[in-house]
Design a protein around this ligand. Structure first.
Ligand code: 6PG
Length: 480
């Protein structure tokens, strides 16, 4: 039986994330149509949470669609890839011109561009919307990154801005840009999340190796750091995880967990896209590869056996000075990761004509999402003051923090290298910084080699044009 069209928005796919987004909308006063492939989930949502607001359950997709006010807005919250396409295919024949499909999953932005184009040709809007904040965020206020047409945002914006996290009265939601812009920004968010977590993990490892400290002691250091410039959700939960004791063994929780980090793919997508765009996001790349390396158990075992004592003993003389060195190195490396991530967003925006507001992106990451952090306010300020900032590293606040951290950064990376503690993200961030600020790079030699073996030509520092040297002959130079 077709329902009356009373719902302002619908959610199909009621696993944890879909369920929580639907509840969040209902709790904020919106009438929400709900649907799931197996209707038991729909029924249990209404039975358990029906008192939180107004839900309109639809047993079939047709009932669900019929219960929505026009233009209809349907949130699809299913697995990325084929399941998303399958739901879209089921929805399309039931929709009318001007209706909106919203994909809130972690879709690849290229899929979002494809879907948006196909649906636009059929008179429908498609909004690829990034949602961050995990289960709790979805229920209590996530960071929402909607892409798609301005018309679709006119309908979705007021609802999404209401259910999003709010920081200083500003919602953590804005219209990111057309077609794939929202999912692209969410992808880079996840890439930064990878880098941030790898840096935190390296800082923990350094503190443990350098101080011989127990996880619970290191938890206190992180708790302390969370009171300063590093204040962020990830630093906060690091303290919680490190302080946790395994009930079964009485050991530190972090010591009973296998040291192999998994990934669902968004970090890898970020690196792949950065390679295509030619943006060096070295921190994110190292973080992604560090997770891969951790999973290569056989190689690790073989190398451990071959090189048991490759590092030196590490004796930290001054505990407090060392902790402060690690803190500063962490902050500087983290600034590099965010600078690289924002460079990547700018490049994507240029490539696909999205006109993404970088300050606006920092604004909607201040709350709700996994990388929420105090210093996102500073990033917003930096880009608001100078939208064409060449790199975040030179914005006054960040330039000062990095400059103040350089001696610590060098000490930490050098000490770690001597002691044989792996710090791929710390060291690559420092190398990136040094490469950016170098007077001359050895890239000149690479140009010479390329010209030598392949006549690829080079440019000179003192004259316009391209040149080639006859390396195999008399070594004369001629304009190419
Ligand atoms: C978020 C997170 C989330 C992501 C997980 C797991 O913003 O809420 O980014 O979308 O899926 O963090 O990602 P990995 O399994 O790749 O670590």
């Amino acid at each position: 039986m077709a329902e009356q069209a009373t719902a302002q928005i619908g959610v199909t796919g009621l696993a944890v994330m879909g369920r929580n987004v639907a509840r969040n909308l209902a709790r904020n006063g919106f009438t929400v149509a709900v649907h799931n492939r197996s209707p038991e989930r729909t029924r249990s949502l209404v039975a358990e949470h029906g008192d939180e607001g107004t839900f309109v359950p639809g047993e079939s997709m047709a009932d669900f669609v019929a219960s929505l006010e026009r233009p209809r807005a349907v949130i699809v919250m299913v697995k990325a890839g084929a399941p998303t396409d399958a739901v879209i295919d089921e929805l399309v024949p039931l929709l009318d011109e001007g209706d909106i499909i919203v994909d809130c999953g972690n879709a690849h932005f290229a899929d979002t561009r494809r879907r948006e184009e196909a649906l636009r040709a059929q008179g429908l809007h498609f909004s690829g919307t990034g949602v961050s904040g995990g289960e709790e965020g979805a229920l209590l206020g996530p960071s929402i990154m909607p892409g798609g047409s301005a018309e679709s945002y006119a309908k979705l914006g007021p609802m999404f801005e209401k259910i999003a996290a709010q920081v200083d009265g500003v919602p953590c939601c804005t219209h990111v840009g057309p077609d794939g812009a929202g999912h692209f920004v969410k992808m880079v968010h996840n890439g930064i999340e990878y880098a941030d977590m790898q840096l935190i993990a390296e800082a923990y490892d350094l503190l443990r190796a350098g101080l011989g400290a127990k996880p619970a002691e290191i938890a206190e250091i992180f708790r302390d750091w969370n009171g300063g410039e590093l204040e962020s959700f990830l630093i906060e939960i690091t303290a919680d995880v490190l302080a946790h004791t395994d009930a079964a063994t009485g050991r530190a929780f972090v010591d009973v967990v296998q040291d192999r980090a998994e990934q669902k793919g968004t970090g890898r997508w970020t690196v792949q896209s950065a390679l295509d765009l030619g943006i060096p996001i070295t921190g994110i790349a190292e973080a992604t590869f560090a997770r891969s390396l951790s999973g290569h158990v056989d190689q690790r075992e073989a190398a451990r056996r071959a090189f048991p004592d490759a590092g030196e003993q590490w004796q930290v003389a001054d505990r407090d000075a060392f902790v402060e060195d690690v803190r500063r190195a962490l902050l500087a490396s983290k600034i590099v990761a965010y600078a690289q991530g924002f460079d990547h967003i700018r490049a994507g925006s240029q490539e696909f004509n999205w006109d993404i507001d970088l300050g606006g992106t920092a604004t909607i990451w201040r709350g709700g999402c996994i990388i929420r952090a105090r210093f996102l306010d500073r990033i917003r300020e930096a880009y608001d003051e100078q939208p064409d900032l060449p790199t975040l590293l030179v914005a006054p606040y960040f330039a000062e923090a990095v400059a103040a951290g350089v001696p610590s950064w060098r000490r930490v990376v050098a000490d770690a290298a001597r002691a044989g503690v792996p710090t791929p993200a710390f060291s690559s961030s420092l190398a990136y910084f040094d490469a950016l600020r170098a007077e001359r790079l050895p890239a000149a030699l690479i140009q010479g080699l390329r010209d030598n073996f392949g006549a690829h030509t080079y440019q000179r520092v003192d004259r316009e044009g391209s040149f080639h040297t006859t390396w195999a002959g008399d070594k004369t130079e001629s304009p190419a």
